[in-house]
Write a protein that binds this ligand. Structure first.
Ligand SMILES: NC(=O)c1ccc[n+]([C@@H]2O[C@H](COP(=O)([O-])OP(=O)(O)OC[C@H]3O[C@@H](n4cnc5c(N)ncnc54)[C@H](O)[C@@H]3O)[C@@H](O)[C@H]2O)c1
Length: 266
């Protein structure tokens, strides 16, 4: 970690009250950025911001519904008002979507997943990009998923939203390169959080069941994603745009398929 790599940067993190989002906010703060933490659940955003302030960082909590244009616009304006500009946008917010096929998943759930996971990033970029241009450029980091690469049965809405986010980010990179704005995705593997562990019945079960699907034989940690986000947001990635960074312990390379020995099949 570099304590001054993000000095002078102003970052807005959606879903910043969540486990991965708050880890990214802490990491960017530790590297010198001022961070605006925006979440639908404002209490979680406030807790994440208070923890950073208690550690000596500069942080602000904002409520946002990224799927609502006016709310997304106001979150960007709030960050700019508080800190005087915007250089860094990290889109982490995602909806919890029930499993279901095209036949069984209610249209409202399909639309909610697309609205928050995909259109939400579009809306945040719509309002953030001009402010980032005003600030002399910067970096957008969109949190996609290994399931945006390898799709699984019954999760059409989630997989489609994340695959679309990867495609959208590549177009963003092209559209805003001349403004000095880089855009990249991170595709995490299974990261041990409350949300991801629910379908395994809790974190301990998830560690046991999901870990072996990764070549490195463990689930990811939120800090693995925070480290990648800080890299992509920083000038260490000054020549990196339009790419997807798999932080997945080798899950996609080995297709997440485990053999009879309980390890990824080669
Ligand atoms: N945990 C994993 O295994 C994993 C794997 C791949 C990708 N991801 C992605 O990483 C991101 C974070 O996941 P997490 O495990 O930390 O989940 P999390 O539930 O802890 O965080 C998600 C946050 O998004 C917020 N949110 C939901 N709807 C919102 C809205 N409309 N507007 C603003 N905020 C909203 C939630 O309140 C929550 O704080 C998500 O995009 C997820 O798809 C996670």
């Amino acid at each position: 970690m570099n304590a001054s790599r993000m000095a002078g940067r102003i970052a807005l993190i959606t879903g910043g009250g969540g486990e991965i989002g708050s880890a990214i906010a802490r990491r960017l703060s530790r590297e010198g950025a001022k961070v605006a933490i925006a979440d639908l659940d404002v209490a979680k955003a406030q807790k994440a911001a208070s923890d950073i302030i208690a550690s000596g960082g500069e942080a602000l909590a904002l409520q946002v519904d990224v799927g609502d244009a006016a709310s997304a616009q106001e979150a960007v304006a709030g960050a700019v008002r508080a800190f005087g500009g915007l250089t860094t946008l990290v889109n982490t917010a995602a909806a919890v979507t029930p499993d279901g096929t095209a036949e069984t998943l209610p249209l409202e759930e399909w639309e909610k997943a697309l609205r928050i996971n995909f259109t939400g990033a579009f809306l945040m970029c719509k309002y953030a990009a001009p402010r980032m241009r005003d600030s002399g450029g910067g970096a957008i980091v969109n949190i996609a998923s290994q399931l945006g690469h390898l799709h699984v049965a019954g999760r059409a809405a989630y997989c489609s939203s994340k695959a679309a986010l990867i495609a959208f980010t590549q177009v963003l990179a092209m559209d805003f390169a001349r403004d000095g704005i880089r855009a990249n995705t991170i595709s995490p593997g299974f990261i041990l959080t409350e949300r991801s562990s629910q379908r395994s019945g809790g974190k301990e079960n998830a560690r046991r069941l999901q870990g072996p699907k990764h070549l490195l034989n463990r689930p990811g940690d939120v800090e693995d994603i925070a480290a990648g986000a800080a890299y992509l947001a920083s000038d260490d990635a000054a020549f990196v745009t339009g790419t997807d960074l798999l932080i997945d312990g080798g899950y996609v390379t080995f297709k997440g398929v485990i053999g009879p020995d309980g390890r990824p099949t080669m």
